[in-house]
Design a protein around this ligand. Structure first.
Ligand code: AMP
Length: 412
């Protein structure tokens, strides 16, 4: 069994990892850390949950020098949430080497941070739009960059960031190390990767290692009209500790959030239409388990590592198997058990067939006894106190604090 020591990581780094309960490398770390340390360009096909962030952060930290005042590392990610998460992981490593880290993503004013660091930045973690802004304004200079990481490359292209990514790469030195991490290696990703990479080494981590194994899957057959009642019935039966409910669009998130709130559920919404401050606040509240139900678009599905999510509900069917795996992969993490339930209307049948075919599994059907007065039952539920995984929660007071937090959020 490989140890971090075998990967030639410094004792300082190993000590910090140990303090976080990280004692042995995951397969992606085992396979890529040495390749990266040796200066290779690497294409890695690995999903979130595999430990891929540390797979590139650790060797980068080893090679970067705190005594040189230039940007030596750049990590570009498709979403702000992912940028925040990587920044948090990177900051934990600063005890081993005090590198200055700049997180540059939309919605965040980094003027003050730039001033504080007096331009002395070693590692930048950014979303494409904001980074380009800085490059245009000359507030960030990549002339001395050593390692460039493109994280979640498939998602980046899916979100239409190809031109931005190319514009960024064109501002980096030709003689750089390029690392490309992607959950899937479709032809678009490969094309982009091979265009800008120098004899890249390929690392592939089997999907089964991260997905589905610990997750109990179920499916409810319903109709668009009865979906909301079906969801509430399931939520009442499951009474999850922490759940994410996925919807297809921002508007559907808004509508469901409003409806569940009226029915007395402790919920908040997360999608790209919210201000950055709101998004961060919601994520924080969810991580602190102040919110039981997070209603989200796929923005939340990618990359987020929120421990403790016990249930994933696909209120709207994801567009393909890949997206299904990503969404449900937010639960059942770190060896814990997870549960997921998918709501399927008749028009979703063909996508469902495709998903079941690709995951090679017929998702067990869950039968609900839905009565017309489910709404009323839901109302009654609010009036009584309820027990959530051994934690007594009074729904009324819950609702109140939720209301005031909503007010606060609105007032910002
Ligand atoms: P990622 O795939 O980068 O999103 O990582 C998922 C989670 O796994 C993060 O919370 C990491 O802190 C954690 N992690 C990363 N590497 C290891 C490891 N070698 N052992 C245990 N947990 C790890």
């Amino acid at each position: 069994m490989t140890k971090f020591k075998d990967l030639n990581l410094s004792d300082d780094i190993i000590t910090i990892l140990k303090a976080q309960g990280i004692n042995k490398p995951t397969p992606i770390q085992e396979q890529s850390i040495m390749l990266i340390k040796d200066g290779n360009d690497v294409i890695a096909e690995a999903q979130t949950g595999t430990g891929k962030t540390l797979a590139f952060l650790l060797p980068m930290f080893e090679s970067m020098r705190a005594d040189i005042n230039t940007i030596q590392g750049l990590i570009v990610t498709p979403t702000r949430e992912l940028a925040i998460q990587i920044t948090q992981e990177a900051k934990k490593l600063r005890q081993a080497k005090s590198l200055n880290i700049l997180a540059a993503y939309g919605g965040k004013d980094i003027g003050a941070q730039l001033k504080k660091l007096k331009g002395n930045i070693h590692l930048v973690i950014a979303t494409p739009g904001r980074l380009l802004d800085h490059l245009r304004r000359d507030t960030i200079n990549l002339d001395k960059l050593k390692t460039f990481v493109l994280d979640e490359a498939d998602q980046m292209l899916h979100m239409g960031f190809k031109n931005e990514v190319e514009a960024i790469i064109n501002q980096t030195p030709k003689k750089r190390q390029t690392l490309c991490f992607s959950a899937t290696m479709n032809s678009q990703v490969k094309k982009l990767a091979y265009k800008y990479m120098n004899d890249p080494k390929l690392v592939i981590i089997e999907k089964e290692e991260v997905t589905l194994r610990n997750i109990k899957q179920a499916l409810v057959e319903t109709t668009d009209r009865r979906k909301q009642d079906a969801l509430c019935k399931v939520l009442d039966e499951d009474n999850p500790f922490m759940a994410i409910i996925f919807c297809r669009t921002k508007r559907r998130v808004d509508t469901l959030d409003e409806a569940l709130y009226k029915r007395g559920y402790n919920c908040q919404k997360l999608h790209g239409g919210l201000t950055q401050a709101k998004r961060e606040r919601v994520m924080k509240d969810f991580k602190n388990t102040d919110i039981q139900f997070l209603i989200a678009t796929d923005v939340a599905a990618r990359g987020l590592d929120i421990s403790g999510v016990t249930h994933i509900y696909n209120y709207d069917i994801p567009e393909n198997a890949e997206s299904y795996i990503h969404r449900i992969g937010r639960t059942g993490r770190a060896g814990e058990k997870g549960y997921t339930c998918l709501f399927v209307a008749p028009k979703d049948r063909s996508i469902l067939n495709q998903i079941e075919h690709e995951i090679k599994f017929r998702i067990p059907r869950r039968i609900l006894e839905l009565s017309i007065d489910n709404n009323m039952k839901s109302e009654q539920k609010n009036k009584s106190s309820k027990k959530r995984y051994g934690k007594k929660i009074n729904s009324d007071s819950n609702k109140k604090s939720y209301k005031s937090s909503r007010k606060n959020m609105k007032s910002r």
